[in-house]
Design a protein around this ligand. Structure first.
Ligand SMILES: Nc1ncnc2c1ncn2[C@@H]1O[C@H](COP(=O)(O)OP(=O)(O)OP(=O)(O)O)[C@@H](O)[C@H]1O
Ligand SMILES: [Mg+2]
Length: 376
């Protein structure tokens, strides 16, 4: 699969134009605040129907625009070229493939796997569990595109139950939400754990290569209620065990006004040897952990899908130290896949990694091809 070109309308600060992408590497360069990350967001939305960094989809619509935001892209697949269109307006998001409406990313030719690496990811190790859940959910969606629909349905049921908890609703009304919540929650968790199992060996190997001589990277799924409610493993009768936990915790949840167990409350435990990375990892180690996880994800997708995902790299070179940057560039050079990356200084991107690269200058929302000459 190749993303051939991308055009946008009323999308953040980007001008209306069709941007051609390289078959291997596209380098978007320009000063701060010009629209480089915005373009990556457009690519991400096109492939996953999910925002890359926006908290709300409405942020994507150009400020002051009467029109909805639109992103259109052409993909080259073994069966020919297909056009995907994603529109974000007041009524939410809609998507079409060759003009025909699709609801979920699994209808986009079985899902377009996309791995993004952004400066925000660096907070994943040290920050709260939400960022780590997102890391797992994105990986799960790449493997099983229907994960997005399940997660959304789960969150809808969860919100409804929380609302009822706060309103002190009668027990039988609350109980009617528990069964679907437990069933959907079990699906969400099972997929996360499956993808974690797959990624783990690849991520551990990548970490050993990035951070030579450090303690090994350990990744474990930490379910809420793993000790108190018998929710440690995702194995047999998970939905029943979740249902039991929801019922047992009802009095407490009522007091607090929220549901305290389920995949929305779980975490991904990251540690270096015995030490929890959240508490003990240095900045550099945190970066290496995230980098290793993403490389693990790419390697896993390559081995199960037979092709590398589309890689979106936002400003990575400036975030990594020289040794890790060199590692990443060598990895990219050897990766047989399509990469779109942004940088303020195209010279930061090593020459070896940008063979066959297409360079695009980004300025005030306008993107235009421009040759970059590397002096020897
Ligand atoms: N919805 C929107 N409508 C109009 N402009 C927007 C919208 N959202 C963001 N912008 C503008 O887009 C610009 C930011 O673009 P972007 O984040 O892509 O910058 P960048 O080139 O990646 O910069 P940096 O190198 O600092 O990361 C800002 O000027 C911001 O005000
Ligand atoms: Mg940026």
């Amino acid at each position: 699969m190749l993303l051939l070109d991308v055009s946008t309308r009323s999308f953040r600060n980007l001008s209306e134009a069709r941007i051609e992408l390289g078959r291997r590497t596209t380098v978007l360069f320009g000063p701060n605040g010009q629209g480089k990350t915005n373009f990556l967001e457009a690519c991400h939305l096109l492939c996953t129907l999910r925002p890359l960094r926006a908290q709300k989809l409405a942020e994507l619509v150009r400020i002051g625009s009467e029109q909805s935001a639109l992103v259109r892209g052409r993909f080259e697949l073994s069966g020919g070229v297909r056009e995907v269109e994603v529109e974000v307006g007041r009524e939410g998001r809609s998507a079409r493939v060759d003009g025909k409406t699709v609801r979920d990313p699994d209808e986009l030719f079985g899902g377009l796997a996309t791995v993004a690496f952004t400066p925000d990811d660096l907070a994943v190790v040290k920050g709260g569990p939400e960022g780590r859940r997102k890391l797992l959910d994105r990986a799960a969606q790449n493997r099983h595109p229907s994960h997005l629909a399940d997660s959304r349905e789960y969150l809808r049921a969860l919100r409804a139950r929380n609302e009822l908890l706060r309103q002190d609703a009668p027990p039988d009304l609350l109980a009617s939400f528990d069964e679907p919540l437990a069933r959907l929650g079990a699906n969400v968790r099972r997929r996360r754990e499956q993808v974690l199992e797959e990624i783990r060996p690849h991520a551990q190997q990548a970490f050993a290569e990035v951070a030579r001589g450090e303690a090994p990277l350990e990744l474990v799924y930490l379910a809420a209620g793993r000790d108190s409610d018998g929710l440690a493993g995702a194995g047999a009768a998970l939905a029943d065990r979740l249902l039991g936990a929801l019922r047992r915790r009802l009095p407490r949840d009522r007091e607090r006004g929220y549901t305290s167990v389920g995949p929305h409350a779980d975490d991904l435990g990251l540690s270096l040897g015995e030490r929890a990375a959240r508490l003990y990892a240095s900045q550099g180690q945190s970066r290496a952990i995230v980098l290793a996880f993403k490389i693990g994800e790419i390697e896993n997708l390559k081995s199960v899908q037979g092709r590398a995902p589309l890689l979106l790299l936002d400003d990575v070179s400036s975030e990594l130290d020289p040794a890790r940057n060199a590692f990443l560039m060598a990895y990219l050079a050897a990766l047989d896949g399509q990469v779109v990356l942004t940088t303020t200084d195209p010279k930061l991107v090593a020459k070896t990694a940008v063979l066959e690269a297409v360079f695009q200058r980004v300025e005030g929302g306008r993107i235009a091809p421009e040759n970059v000459l590397f002096s020897e």
